[in-house]
Design a protein around this ligand. Structure first.
Ligand code: ADP
Length: 366
């Protein structure tokens, strides 16, 4: 006797998503399960295409179904699992009851305590990396005072396009959509903008770009704790923020301030990335230039998720200067690290979504 639909679902109720700590049936991830002869066919919908736990979920499903088969005296042949992914949207709206970017499921800010730690590099890695897993991703260069995405994404030669007098079309490159003030004004001029002008420029970039449907919009913020993060948190419902930090003590002190800023704005910190963590020489020896692990310890001390450690690698700098972010996945030993950081972030976004933790943009400015 094959297992009944009820028995199959009972088996799946014992399988928990390792990140979300709830079972697959409760999470509504089981889109189909049926038997044909002795074989079991499943369709499981993940909450992100960058799911870090896919293999484990598959193994746990197979184990649970075989255990149920033994218990019921049913023969179980092959267990085939087909995965798809649908990034879930937080069921949160802005104060006005509607998100100003209704097609965008998650807006994630990338910040840093200070400049030069690789914040923009990490923002580009996160955007391209999530897109490599199959997600629809946008990257907004919100670093109004020092936009670097024109260079990092190699947008120099791509002409800007307007959909109409008020709507910018994003640039499409490396599998993502991107918008940067660097393509709209002379970057030298942007550097001297302050307060209201920066606020206005950022607002226009974010709101008047036709992003279309996106799973994740990554926003590269200016370094430090200025006006733009405040504008962003007021303007858009953020799923959370990532803080990039290098390992040394002085960088951590600044990163801690950035974390506090997000927390004061009511923005969940989804995790810390340690960039320029260590250096691997051509012979494979690793050197801890800045004191590897410092940012991880900081994350632990602040009770924040640690998304991973990216080494300093000359080719990463070269790819960045050449506007070829995807080439970073061709550097030996780096691809797995970058994928890990992207997957850990995606898992944290799913966790925040499922636990109902998201920004309530009800700011009081004192
Ligand atoms: P920020 O946005 O924090 O100011 P950037 O992302 O612009 O920093 O990075 C500063 C410089 O450091 C850039 O030249 C970039 O290519 C380089 N860089 C960043 N991260 C790495 C890394 N892991 N390995 C090598 N170079 C890096």
């Amino acid at each position: 006797m094959p297992l009944s639909s009820q028995q199959l679902h009972d088996a799946l109720r014992t399988v928990k998503d390792p990140d979300l700590h709830r079972d697959l049936v409760a999470l509504n991830m089981v889109k189909d399960v049926h038997m044909k002869g002795d074989d079991v066919y499943l369709h499981i919908e993940l909450t992100t295409p960058a799911c870090p736990m896919k293999d484990r979920i598959q193994a746990d499903i197979e184990r649970a179904i075989r255990a149920k088969g033994r218990e019921a005296g049913s023969q179980i042949g092959q267990v085939s699992v087909e995965f798809s992914a649908d990034v879930r949207k937080p069921n949160q709206k802005t104060r006005d009851g509607q998100s100003p970017l209704p097609g965008v499921k998650h807006i994630i800010a990338v910040g840093a305590g200070k400049g030069g730690v690789g914040k923009s590099t990490v923002a580009a890695v996160l955007a391209c990396g999530l897109a490599r897993f199959g997600a629809k991703v946008g990257l907004l260069d919100g670093d109004i005072y020092g936009p670097s995405m024109t260079t990092m994404l190699g947008l120099e030669e791509i002409p800007g396009r307007m959909r109409d007098a008020n709507t910018l079309m994003p640039f499409e490159a490396h599998g993502i959509k991107a918008m940067t003030i660097g393509k709209l004004v002379d970057p030298e001029k942007a550097l001297i903008w302050r307060g209201p002008m920066a606020h206005g420029a950022f607002k226009q970039l974010a709101m008047q770009t036709d992003w279309g449907e996106l799973d994740y919009l990554i926003v590269d913020l200016p370094p430090g704790t200025g006006d733009v993060p405040l504008t962003l948190a007021q303007l858009l419902p953020l799923s959370g923020a990532v803080v990039v930090c290098t390992p040394q003590k002085v960088a951590q002190d600044d990163a801690r301030r950035a974390v506090r800023m997000f927390q004061q704005l009511g923005v969940e910190v989804l995790g810390i990335v340690e960039n320029m963590s260590y250096f691997v020489c051509d012979h494979g020896s690793e050197y801890d230039i800045f004191g590897r692990g410092g940012a991880e310890l900081m994350a632990q001390a602040m009770n924040l998720p640690f998304l991973g450690a990216i080494p300093i690698h000359p080719e990463m700098r070269i790819n960045c200067d050449r506007g070829q972010p995807l080439e970073n996945w061709k550097i030996k030993d780096i691809a797995a690290t970058l994928d890990h950081v992207c997957q850990t972030l995606a898992a944290q976004v799913s966790i925040a979504t499922m636990s109902g933790k998201y920004v309530q943009p009800t700011l009081s400015i004192r």
